[in-house]
Structure formats: C-alpha cells, structure tokens
Design a protein around this ligand. Structure first.
Ligand code: F6R
Length: 350
C-alpha cells in the first residue's frame, strides 16, 4: 500500500534515493555482445524514451559508443536499414506494444537484443536475448517517477562498466555514492517546490528548456506536468529558442529552465536573459554552483539542489525536482494524481 503517503506517486518519488543507494553499488552483469559492440540502438516510448535519451549521452561520453536513439512508436513502420550491433529496449512495464515491435524488428535484422525492464517475466523480457532489470520495485502511479530514475541509473551503470578504468570513472563512482543523500535533501526543501507549483497552477501552458543532457530532462518535466496537471507543458532545446519558440514568450507563459552548472551553463543563462527581456517568468532549476552565478538575473524563482560531483549526476536531481513540481501543481488543481485522465499504466496497443 501507500502507507502514510497520500498518493502512490509521492511514495514512489520518496523511494528514489533508496533505489539509487541500493542499485548504485550493485554490480551489473552485461552480456559480452554489449561489451563488444561499437554501435548501440536505444528504443522506448514516453518517459522511457527520455531516459534512453539521457543514456545516449552516457554511452557516447563515457563508453565512447556510437548510439542511435529511436522512438519505438515511430520506428518499425519505417522499415529502417540497420547496422550490426546491439539494441536495448527501455520499458518499465515490459509490455509496451510499440517497444516490443521495435525489438522484434531489430531481432529479425540480426541485432543482439536486450530488454531493460522493471517488470520481470514481461513480454519484452521473454522476447529478448538478455534481460537487464531496473529493480525499482512495482510502480503503481501511472506517471513514471522511480522507474525513470532506475532506468537512468541502469544506463549510467552500463556506461561505467564499458568505460575504461581511470580517474574520471572513479570520480563518477564516488559521486554516485553521495547522490542518494543529495536527492534526500531535495525533499527537505519541498516547500520551495510547492511555492513554484503555486505560481504554475493558473498557467495555460508552461515551457521547459534545457541543453545537453538537461534537454531530455526538460522534455520529461514537460511530460510530467502535462499528464499530471493537464497544463500543456512543452520542452524545447534551449538553443532552439531563437528558431521559433521565443515567439511564445509572454508574461503569462511560465518558463522552467533546467540549468545545472555544466559545460552548457553559460549558454543557458544567456537564454534566460532572452526570456526575461521579453517579460517571461522564469523558474530555474539549478545546483549550488549554478545558483551563485545567477545573482542579479531577474528570474521569478530559483530552486537549488546540492551540487553533485559529476555532470552525469545532475539528471537525477533535476528530474526529481521537476517531478515534485508536477506533483504539487496537480495537487493544487485537485487532479487525479495516481490515475490521470485518459491514461493507462501500460500501453499494449500501437
Ligand atoms: C509517463 C509514462 C509513459 C511511459 C510510456 C512507456 O509518465 O509513464 O510515458 O513511460 O508509456 O511505458 P513503459 O516504460 O512501460 O514501456
């Protein structure tokens, strides 16, 4: 049951530091085919697709692999050409019809198939050559939270396993040990996220911006607000602002910017200035290091989480902040949090 928590979603969000603590140090066994393959394809739908997208950054940057990312619901209809390699299907339920179709297609094309699933014995588990369990425990809330974080972690662990030994790897591993505590600290500051939610609750639409690995996180934040609060959330790559979305900025459309202190920070800050100059109300999600650089920037509000040791760890902290914002916004609006309208936990039709 959900015990003292009002919603399964709240309980599942609170379970995330524990999952990172337990799974972060558990050794992962990956198949030889994955070790040997220079080309990896990642497929998934919805939140699983955004987790896979983060995984692309990890696998490219840490493991130096060539990574193709495919939205499962668009993939198999194209009859695409396929290079030899490994395909990883990312799916919480293991039942998503499009993801299953995508992995079946890849298997027919001679790919080695891996299912990264949260539900053992699921359809995808049974189909693939190798099963990687994300071990988040059953997720009841329709909106994915802890399963997303467990997928991120699993993708990071694979990338670290494939990464060559050295200082950089030790650095990320050290950071991973600190991460559960840092995630915990976000809950201590949840009232600040409630305040941001109060500001968002009357909006017709909310724009989410991010760069680099924070881009798929911005997309995930936009998906969370849309499905939970029924406010239209839309994510854009911050660098795309000038190519169109800037026309949307007005005093009524809040802009949530995911701006961790990483290699993209300064560029993202210049986007924040562009939005502010057009009366846009900006809410920044950043870490302590980023916050010190934002003094004097005319934003509406800043939520600050602890600075992790490595850029790879920001998504765990920023996505948790965005999940909580979506939760509190939906709560203020009185929405059906564990069972948003029109949605089902697993999508077994195409
Ligand atoms: C969003 C959400 C969905 C799922 C998607 C894929 O909160 O839960 O977008 O991520 O339907 O589902 P799985 O991971 O079961 O394949």
């Amino acid at each position: 049951g959900r015990g003292e928590f009002h919603h399964y979603m709240l309980k599942e969000m609170y379970e995330q530091p524990e999952i990172v603590l337990k799974e972060g140090t558990r050794p992962i066994v990956i198949p030889e085919a994955l070790k040997d393959s220079s080309h990896i394809t990642l497929v998934g739908c919805g939140s699983a697709f955004y987790a896979a997208w983060c995984g692309k950054y990890y696998l490219e940057q840490l493991a130096q692999r060539i990574v193709t990312l495919e939205l499962a619901s668009e993939f198999h209809y194209r009859n695409p050409m396929v290079q030899p390699g490994v395909t990883i299907a990312v799916s919480q339920s293991g039942e998503t019809a499009d993801t299953l179709k995508a992995i079946q297609y890849m298997e027919q094309k001679g790919q080695y198939t891996i299912g990264m699933v949260n539900m053992p014995y699921s359809s995808i588990s049974r189909y693939v050559q190798y099963e990687l369990l994300t071990r988040a425990g059953p997720e009841i809330g329709v909106a994915s939270t802890k399963a997303f974080t467990a997928q991120l972690l699993c993708l990071l662990k694979i990338s670290l396993t494939l990464m060559k030994e050295g200082e950089k790897k030790q650095h990320v591993l050290k950071g991973l040990q600190q991460l559960p505590m840092d995630m915990q600290k976000i809950f201590f500051k949840a009232s600040q996220l409630q305040d941001i939610a109060q500001h968002l609750v009357h909006a017709k639409g909310i724009i989410y911006l991010g760069r680099g690995i924070s881009y798929p996180i911005a997309l995930e934040g936009a998906l969370k607000i849309s499905e939970l609060s029924y406010i239209h959330g839309q994510g854009f790559a911050a660098g795309e602002l000038k190519h169109g979305p800037l026309a949307l900025i007005d005093g009524l459309t809040p802009v949530v910017v995911v701006a961790p202190m990483d290699q993209f920070f300064e560029k993202t800050v210049s986007n924040i200035y562009e939005v502010c100059a057009r009366e846009g109300k900006v809410f920044v999600i950043t870490d302590e290091a980023g916050a010190t650089q934002l003094a004097g920037v005319p934003v509406q509000d800043i939520f600050v989480y602890p600075s992790p040791k490595a850029w790879e760890l920001h998504p765990f902290l920023s996505v948790l902040s965005l999940q909580l914002i979506a939760y509190y916004t939906a709560l203020h609006k009185g929405c059906s949090i564990d069972q948003p309208r029109n949605l089902a936990k697993s999508v077994t039709v195409e």
